[in-house]
Design a protein around this ligand. Structure first.
Ligand SMILES: Nc1ncnc2c1ncn2[C@@H]1O[C@H](COP(=O)(O)OP(=O)(O)OP(=O)(O)O)[C@@H](O)[C@H]1O
Ligand SMILES: [Mg+2]
Length: 363
């Protein structure tokens, strides 16, 4: 208890015991410590890790078992039409199957998806990857949007990847920018050449990106998905052992059912949805940064509640995002102090939280 009481919550300032975060502490005769951790959706997932590390450091403790409780995450897909979705319930999470090929060295794989195009998937994917990298993690970003690969532009990379390795076992080397290892068809295509690829070819390219790119060991791989919920997306989701998907929506699209269709696609292939991000949610006032509701914000959060999915935050329409595109650096790098920069950093914290909850639930 003393070790846990020495850790304080970064927001409330209260320690883990006084704040009621940790309960039912037990230590058995063999030195195995067990406790429940009540993690609220807004809490940084790192807290669980800190608690675990603090208890592990106590002399005589041989093992620490944390049972993470998530009060806001429902056990089923609920309004989303059921299915296995929402299986974040501790203890019920199946062990991950080994990832194919070279991806066996990747800790977590997260896809950023949406029901439709143009809602800011690539923007969110680029910023998640850059924010994770800034937080000291080894990160890869796979641009799976081979119709309109725009990750190279967002990261300001124009080079061509080199090929290494012996004949017959060649590997494509990812390019690196802002601390993120990148692979995109945009690096391999002639800029003038349209990406006129169709179904089977597409999955071939993606397989190659997964298996023949020298990603090296990664803490997290972020996958920027192509828009839509068609076969290309389904086969992609099936070819990667995803830890989960982050769904992006705009306030207007909430009502059109696109997000629901997107969530359903993941349910069909047994992939959990880590949560919903509402993008272009109000306009950040260019003078004071305060949000102005243009289209009516808040729909994403309502939808998340209804579908019993975590809400990962809202990102305002912000000129800093457009400027970041021109600058060839994601907003969390080029304008971390902007309204969108702050919001995107918070979203990245929430995603890390969701991932560490998964990892805890599996351990
Ligand atoms: N919060 C925001 N503020 C300002 N501009 C934004 C914001 N989010 C996205 N944009 C802009 O909107 C456009 C579409 O964003 P993006 O390319 O990330 O969407 P997408 O969902 O990946 O699109 P696609 O389906 O074509 O892949 C880009 O020009 C981007 O800079
Ligand atoms: Mg995109």
């Amino acid at each position: 208890m003393a070790a846990l009481a020495a850790i304080s919550h970064p927001v409330s300032g209260r320690d883990l015991i006084a704040g009621g975060h940790v309960q039912n502490i037990e230590v058995d005769a063999t030195g195995v410590a067990r406790f429940q951790f009540l993690l609220q959706p807004a809490d940084p997932g790192e807290l669980v890790k800190q608690a675990r590390t603090a208890v592990e450091a106590i002399g005589g403790i041989t093992e620490v078992k944390v049972n993470v409780q998530l009060p806001q995450m429902g056990p089923t897909g609920g309004g989303g039409g059921g299915g296995r979705q929402g299986g974040l319930k501790p203890g019920s999470v199946p062990a991950p199957t080994p990832k194919p090929g070279l991806l066996s060295d990747v800790g977590h794989i997260v896809a950023v998806s949406s029901g439709k195009g143009g809602v800011g998937k690539s923007m969110v994917a680029a910023n998640l990857a850059a924010a994770f990298a800034r937080g000291g993690r080894t990160v890869g970003l796979l641009d799976a949007d081979i119709y309109g690969p725009n990750i190279p532009i967002m990261f300001g990379v124009t080079g061509r990847p080199s090929v290494t390795g012996d004949k017959g076992r060649e590997l494509i080397e990812p390019l690196e920018a802002h601390g993120v290892r990148l692979m995109s068809l945009g690096f391999l295509l002639d800029p003038e050449q349209p990406a006129i690829m169709r179904g089977p070819l597409i999955s071939g390219v993606l397989k190659q990106f997964l298996q023949q790119v020298n990603w090296g060991p990664l803490d997290i791989m972020v996958v920027d998905m192509p828009p839509g919920t068609g076969d290309a997306q389904l086969s992609l989701v099936q070819s990667i052992d995803l830890d989960g998907a982050v769904m992006v929506t705009t306030p207007q699209d909430v009502s059109t059912g696109d997000v629901r269709r997107g969530v359903k696609m993941f349910e069909r292939v047994n992939t959990r949805v880590l949560g919903i991000v509402e993008n272009m949610s109000g306009l950040a006032c260019p003078h004071c940064g305060e949000p102005i509701d243009v289209f009516g914000a808040g729909g994403g959060e309502k939808l998340a509640t209804e579908m019993k999915l975590p809400f990962l935050g809202r990102v305002p329409l912000d000129p800093a995002v457009a400027k970041a595109g021109d600058a060839g650096a994601p907003t969390v790098v080029s304008a971390p102090e902007s309204a969108a920069g702050h919001a995107l950093n918070e979203v990245s914290e929430k995603v890390l939280g969701a991932l560490s909850v998964l990892a805890e639930a599996r351990s």
